[in-house]
Structure formats: C-alpha cells, structure tokens
Design a protein around this ligand. Structure first.
Ligand code: SF4
Length: 456
C-alpha cells in the first residue's frame, strides 16, 4: 500500500494561504519550526552566500571543516579576475581547540593566508562551534587588521543564531564596515551600485552592459564579481538598486541612512520586470537622453525576446508550475515570466519573504495559487502531486524532490550555469523550461501527465 505523506504540522497552517483568500494574511518572518526540516540554510550559510562573490577577498571559516565543505564553491559567482573566493579556507576546529580555544589557530591561519594570497580584505565567518566556545573573533580580526594593513572583518554568523535571514544581516553589517573607507565622499552623478546580484552565471555583466548603454556609471556591485576597492567607495553612488531584496535590503536601508543614497527594489528576471527595472533607474535620474536610450534598449530587447519565446509558449500553454525560492521578489518575477510562457503558477513559496512581499506576490498570482512561507520537503512533495504540478522551480535542495516525483525541474538558484537575467536571460529561461518539460525522458516515466509531449 502506498504510504501517505505527513500532513502540514498544526503550527505551520498560518504560514500557508491561497492568493485569492482575502480573509487571511500569511504568517512569516518566524524562526523555523523544530521538527519541520525547513528548506532554509543556517545563519552562517546565509552570510557565506552573500559575501562569497567578492573575488579578491579571503574568506576564512572559523569552525569545523564540515561548515566549510557545506559552503565550498556554493554558487557560480563568476569573476572577471581573481578567483580567491572559490577557495574554502577553514581553521578546522577540533576537540583540542574546543577545550583550549581557537583564537591562536585563527591568528596563525590569518597570518599565513594573508601573507600567501595578498587579499584586499579578509572575512572571518563565525560558526556554531566558534560561538559556543566563545572565541573573541573581533579582537583577533582587529589585531590582524593592524598587523597586515588590510580590513579583516568578523562576520557574526554562528549557525544557531537565528534564520538564514540573520546571516544576510550579518553579511550586510560586514559590508558596512568596508563601505566608505576609501575616503572619497563626493557623489558621482548618474551612478548606481548594483546590490544583491551575485553573478551566478554572468548576470552582473549583462546588467552592467545595459547600464553602460543607458549612460549610467556602476560604482560597485555588491557582491557579484565584487572587488573590495569598489565596495570601499560604494558610498559615492547616487542610487542603489537592490535585486535580491530578501538578502540585501538591510544594506540599502543602512546606506540610505548613513550616506543619503536612495534605493529601489528591482528585478531583472523576466521581460516585464527587466523593463520596469531599467525604466525605474532612467526615471530616477530624469535625464532625457538616458530615458530615450532606455526606451530603445527595452524596445529592442523585449521584441527579440518575445519573438524567440512565442513557439515555446505555444507548446507549454496550460501547464502548471510550482516554485520555491529564497526571496519573494524572485518569486514575483517568476510568476510573471511563467505567464509569458503560458504556464500557470499553482504553488509559490519562499524562504525569507516578509508581509509586504507576500502581499505583492498574492497580487500577481491567480486566485487559487497556494502561497507558502518556509516550507519543507514533506509539504512540497505532497503539493507537487496534489496540485498536478508539471514543472518545479527551485534550487539544489528541491531538484531531487522533483525528479523523484517524475516532475520537470528548472534550477533558479546557486548551481545553474545559464544566465537567467535580462531579456536574453528570459529566452534562456524559456529554453530551460521547454527542454525540461518537453524532454523525451518523460515518455519513460510512469504516470507522467505529459509523457506524450516529448521533443520531436
Ligand atoms: S554553522 Fe552550525 S548549522 Fe551552520 S553548517 Fe556549521 S555547524 Fe552546521
């Protein structure tokens, strides 16, 4: 007899709503329920993924080797130059260090690594073990910074400290310790910082190209293809644009307060949101020449993308998607992008959405779309089957779940190798979705509803 999957835990019911049910708001921004086996990562992982793409910095994990292995080369984060970020250095704390303390080991590691690799800065990540034994990482970093003449920044990311979102905040705090240390203060006219794009598959480069065409200067990218010297003078930008709002809005808010830089939350996923993002920046500067160049850029990009997507949308019409991603802004963009492909979103979930994010998500979804905060494999597996989902969109933790259930999958997270941002990225996204949904493999999968739709 087929085993029934467990139902939703009582304490989680308030974190699940239907988009059209106006009688209920979603409960969110909570710590994960014990026993729920959340899809979220730990605080340390949250910090690591945000800071990881800074390519000319040393990233040192102060903890057991397992923490470093867990986040080793965790996302594409392509660099146009140095590759130092891709090494996962670790102090490898063991029983002896736990008894006697790990500060001496941390000092030795920083001493050797800074001499050997000459980084522009070093980030020292605290982990659960370092937090429990109470090493004074701040003091060690301060001492090594004076000794070596580079910023050595402690990242308060003990895994048990809260949710992955607390890790994002710790990463933002670490960046704030670097921003403004260049000495420059005057604002650069018509300039921006790109915040919350991690250049997983070259997206930062694509977006930079758009802004170059529009005539806008990019001062720093935080953190995709990031460089410490650029981050130091990020306070000189006239505007911040925030792509991954879930992780880096706190940084944008702090920069507004400290340096008077306004910010806009934008998204470069999908034709509609890419156009809105570019227009938002052009309108902010209100320079007629920039506005005109932006119109040309959007018109050309959207026209080419729509022409390429048309045959795919015809083949995909009527299919159902489920998505579970980190931030709600990405979820909102994906619902719109899927609609362009003729696909309905039956399930949309995020790890870190807040109340405002979920209200916006509800407003773009169909009335019967299920919306979920901080889900787990048991729930997602059950809903994939119950809601007749043909395609699941998520990251590394959702991929095996989808394949085991005989459902097509599209990676929209750390591990993908294909750029999904901008007009070009929307075409790549369409191809990914089409190839997965129309793969001949589904002809061999028992009970797959679309096994007849294989690629000719
Ligand atoms: S910091 Fe803690 S929760 Fe995170 S990987 Fe290390 S041991 Fe695990």
């Amino acid at each position: 007899m087929e085993q029934q999957l467990p139902i939703v835990l009582d304490e989680r019911v308030s974190q699940i709503v239907t988009a059209g049910d106006g009688s209920r708001t979603i409960a969110c921004e909570r710590t994960s329920l014990a026993g729920s086996v959340s899809q979220r990562a730990c605080v340390f992982c949250g910090s690591r993924v945000v800071l990881y793409p800074i390519a000319d910095a040393l990233h040192l994990v102060h903890g057991p080797i397992g923490c470093a292995t867990y986040t080793w080369d965790i996302r594409g984060a392509l660099s146009s130059g140095p590759q130092l970020h891709r090494s996962s250095f670790c102090t490898d704390l063991r029983e002896r260090d736990i008894i006697h303390g790990g500060e001496a080991k941390l000092t030795r590691a920083l001493d050797q690594l800074i001499d050997r690799f000459a980084p522009r800065a070093a980030f020292v990540y605290s982990t659960c073990v370092a937090g429990v034994i109470g090493d004074d990482i701040e003091a060690v970093c301060k001492k090594m910074s004076l000794l070596k003449g580079i910023p050595v920044i402690p990242v308060g990311s003990e895994g048990f400290r809260g949710t992955k979102k607390d890790g994002y905040r710790a990463a933002c705090d670490a960046l704030l310790r670097i921003i403004g240390t260049d000495g420059a203060a005057a604002k650069i006219p018509l300039s921006i910082n790109i915040i919350g794009d991690f250049n997983v598959a070259g997206e930062t480069w694509l977006v930079r190209r758009y802004f170059a065409e529009m005539g806008i200067t990019v001062v720093a990218t935080l953190t995709g293809d990031g460089r410490i010297d650029d981050i130091r003078r990020a306070n000189t930008a006239a505007l911040n644009i925030v792509q991954c709002s879930g992780s880096m809005t706190p940084l944008a808010k702090a920069m507004q307060e400290r340096y008077g830089i306004p910010f806009k939350r934008i998204s470069f996923f999908g034709i509609d949101d890419t156009a809105d993002a570019l227009y938002a920046v052009a309108d902010h500067f209100a320079d007629p020449a920039i506005v005109e160049r932006t119109k040309v850029l959007v018109r050309t990009g959207a026209k080419t993308a729509l022409a390429a997507l048309a045959p795919m949308a015809q083949a995909l019409r009527g299919m159902h998607a489920g998505l579970y991603v980190g931030g709600a802004f990405k979820a909102i963009s994906l619902v719109k992008a899927l609609r362009r492909l003729g696909i309905t979103t039956a399930l949309a979930g995020t790890q870190t959405g807040n109340k405002d994010d979920y209200e916006r998500l509800r407003s773009v979804c169909d009335p019967d779309t299920m919306i979920v905060d901080d889900s787990n494999p048991a729930e997602l597996s059950r809903w994939i089957l119950e809601r007749d989902i043909d395609l699941f969109i998520g990251g590394v933790k959702e991929r095996p779940m989808a394949y085991k259930l005989g459902v097509a999958f599209c990676d929209h997270n750390h591990e993908r190798k294909i750029g999904l941002a901008g007009f070009e990225g929307m075409v790549n996204f369409g191809r990914e979705v089409y190839s997965s949904l129309c793969s001949p493999v589904w002809r061999l999968v028992r009970n797959n509803r679309h096994r007849g739709r294989g690629v000719a």
